[in-house]
Design a protein. Sequence first.
Length: 84
Amino acid sequence: MLGTSISQVEVSGVSKHGFWLLLDEEQELFVAFAEFPWFRKAAIEHLFHVDRPQPHHLYWPELDIDLHVDSIRHPERFPLVSQI
């Protein structure tokens, strides 16, 4: 990877229904366990370890999960849903 990533991401809260991601300290997105069930049983420290290698790309290394930011913003545009 060239250069240093300047895109920020932080998990700002967790509930029994999902968790909130704060992107660039300005936009907060909710990741619902109903739509992204592979996060439901993840350890808290694994949820909190999220990288943002590109502005549109989120990656949880311990969980080996990659998501496009738009799949969280607009899940209706991404009809393939996990069968877990």
